[in-house]
Ligand binder design. Structure first.
Ligand code: TYC
Length: 112
């Protein structure tokens, strides 16, 4: 009587590994990124917004003035793109400073 080995032409074709996917690329999924948005309003002083952008978003004075004017003209602009935790912290810091100065400035985040 023939043994199983002889019928498999020397290859390992046992059923054990059927359906087992062998990963070739390592999975390095990047975390999602979030845009931090600055919104226009009619009352927050321009200089305060410029200060916020310099202080929390690492902008030069010129960059901050330019972005503030974009918000003033268009209604909204992206101040930066960050991980969820960093974006959340920036929003909280901006909202806290605005509230302490009694300005209605709004800052939000949204998934990119
Ligand atoms: N519109 C405001 C003003 O005329 C200035 C301003 C700019 C307010 C940007 C908020 O995010 C803002 N004083």
């Amino acid at each position: 009587m023939l043994r199983k080995d002889h019928m498999m032409s020397g290859k390992d074709q046992d059923d054990d590994d059927v359906g087992v996917k062998v990963e070739t690329r390592p999975k390095t999924k990047r975390p999602p990124l979030y845009k931090v948005l600055i919104l226009n309003d009619d009352y927050t002083p321009m200089e305060f917004v410029v200060h916020v952008l310099e202080r929390y978003f690492g902008m030069t004075h010129s960059q901050a003035v330019e972005l503030m004017l974009t918000v003033h003209q268009k209604g909204v602009a992206v101040a930066g793109v960050f991980s969820h935790e960093i974006a959340e912290t920036k929003v909280a810091l901006v909202m806290d400073l605005a509230q302490r100065h009694q300005h209605p400035l709004q800052c939000t985040m949204e998934k990119e």
